[in-house]
Design a protein around this ligand. Structure first.
Ligand code: SF4
Ligand code: SF4
Length: 56
């Protein structure tokens, strides 16, 4: 399982800088979670100001 960034993302970048495994990166003008790297810790979901991150 991995977290998923939805359409509500405002592109603030907070999740990218807080993810402990560097699973989040900008790809084709939007932030995405690499499911092979995400350990499902939930830190990004807690810190997202737009509530755009959820569990798949
Ligand atoms: S923290 Fe939320 S709003 Fe900010 S870039 Fe990540 S998903 Fe988008
Ligand atoms: S759940 Fe944890 S490991 Fe997965 S993208 Fe979010 S901060 Fe990174």
């Amino acid at each position: 399982m991995a977290r998923f960034i939805g359409d509500g993302c405002i592109g603030c970048g907070a999740c990218e800088s807080t993810c402990p495994t560097d699973a989040i990166s900008m790809a084709e003008d939007r932030f995405q979670v690499d499911p092979d790297v995400c350990i499902d810790c939930g830190v990004c979901e807690i810190g997202c100001p737009a509530g755009a991150i959820s569990e798949r």
